[in-house]
Design a protein around this ligand. Structure first.
Ligand code: AMP
Ligand code: MG
Length: 408
């Protein structure tokens, strides 16, 4: 048996980011930026008003107060999107809207709430403004030539805002890995059938496709391969067209478990491990024509755990992501936990947040075929192989796999 980290390190050494493609900015959400995005102009492009009000020479407001307002002459209106007509002279003001360029001569804006109408195109200024007050300076956000968004950044709404602001209708992003998903087993029927005696539903095909999608990759569901060499070979050949292959079942030591042999037959390099983890011990990994192939265990929970620990980081790396491993957090255990030592245990658990911080409850029913536990879980408690069991109140290492603990 090899340690989890050794297995992951070996896998990550074999995978590299895919090439780049250009996509429209509105379709780039969740993708990874493939090159530094350089701003072609400063933001803001010119000094502009941060308020609706009056652009003035700050010196003209000296001594202004509620009791003794200063009168200035309004020389014109300046809405956003328009250019100033002429400079502001002494004793003058321009009625300005948020975002409009500052007229020459003016160095501050008096917000409209601090003003009032005065006769003969005038305005009363009821408060002093300092030089630069309510003025947004050219380039204060970023300068021309700055890296606005770095290569490797995940495009979230904020990155979208930045890319839009620098005028990028198209962006280069890493290609999304296309992942072939194959389920193996003579016992499997597809989900449109009620399983006849002896058969079960191919749930893994759907689970793995969902996990692939959740990792930002594109699943190609190839359905079921039967437990014979010919059927498996045919499916896996088809699967080798994709950027990555994920199969479930057929990697333990049963007589009908052909996956590792067929993968070996198809590929140059084949690695088969027993990984020191529970669940998810048997794992076949190989590289076929430069493409990673994962043979995950058939038990539904085992295949999910193995996907999370090994396939997901590989897919994120292929997608150009720089941060590829799920974070782990310390949390307070809410219940005693008995475990068998010797392997790292991934205990399905429910993480919550209360006033004292993160708490985690191990769920009853840790069998690797129990989907109900998976449905209730939002995190794994990762118990080191040396552990002989944990007590309520102990601090444990938790790996959340969704955000539900963070919502109310
Ligand atoms: P195997 O790894 O092929 O020995 O399968 C281990 C267990 O997982 C068996 O109980 C299988 O019936 C079950 N299993 C295998 N493939 C699937 C699948 N695609 N969906 C649901 N259960 C599966
Ligand atoms: Mg099987």
């Amino acid at each position: 048996m090899i340690p989890v980290q050794t297995a992951l390190d070996t896998i990550l050494k074999e995978v590299a980011p895919l090439g780049l493609e250009s996509v429209q900015l509105q379709n780039a959400l969740g993708r990874t930026l493939g090159e530094d995005a350089i701003s072609r102009w400063p933001n803001p492009m010119w000094n502009n008003s941060a308020m609706d009000g009056y652009a003035v020479r700050s010196n003209d407001t000296l001594g202004a107060s509620e009791e003794a307002p200063v009168r200035l002459t309004v020389i014109y209106d300046l809405p956003a999107g328009h250019k100033p007509d002429r400079p502001v002279g002494q004793g003058e003001a321009v009625r300005i809207m948020t975002g409009a360029p500052m007229p020459e001569g003016a160095d501050a804006v008096v917000m409209v709430e601090k003003t009032g109408p005065a006769p003969d195109n005038g305005v009363f200024i009821r408060s002093i403004v300092k030089h630069g007050e309510h003025v947004r300076l050219r380039g204060e956000d970023f300068q021309k030539g700055d890296v606005a968004v770095k290569k490797g950044a995940v495009i979230r709404p904020a990155e979208t805002a930045m890319l839009a602001a620098i005028g990028s209708p198209f962006v280069f992003v890493y290609k999304r890995p296309r992942v072939a998903v194959v389920s193996t087993g003579d016992e499997l029927v597809d989900i449109n059938q009620t399983p006849p005696p002896g058969k079960i539903t191919n749930s893994n095909g759907y689970t793995l496709a969902a996990l692939v999608r959740e990792a930002g990759a594109e699943p190609i569901q190839l359905g079921i391969a039967r437990d014979n060499r010919a059927s498996l070979l045919e499916k896996l050949k088809q699967a080798a067209e994709a950027d990555c292959i994920v199969s479930s079942g057929g990697v333990s030591v049963g007589d009908f478990d052909f996956v590792k042999d067929v993968l070996k037959e198809l590929g140059s390099r084949m690695i088969f491990w027993k990984v020191a983890m529970k669940p998810g011990k048997p794992l076949a990994f190989g590289v076929i024509g430069g493409k990673p192939a994962f043979g995950l265990p058939g038990n539904p929970v085992s295949s999910m755990v193995a996907f999370e620990q090994f396939v997901r980081p590989a897919l994120l790396k292929m997608s150009g992501r720089l941060e590829i491993e799920r974070t782990t957090l310390p949390a307070r255990l809410e219940k005693d936990l008995k475990i068998k030592s010797g392997r790292v245990n991934f205990i399905r658990a429910k993480m919550t947040i209360d006033a004292t911080g993160l708490c985690v409850t191990p769920l009853a029913g840790q069998g690797s075929a129990l989907l109900t536990t998976m449905v209730s879980a939002n995190a794994y408690i990762i118990v080191p192989k040396e552990s002989e069991g944990l007590k309520k109140g102990d601090m444990v290492k938790v790996q959340p796999f969704d955000m539900t603990a963070f919502y109310k």
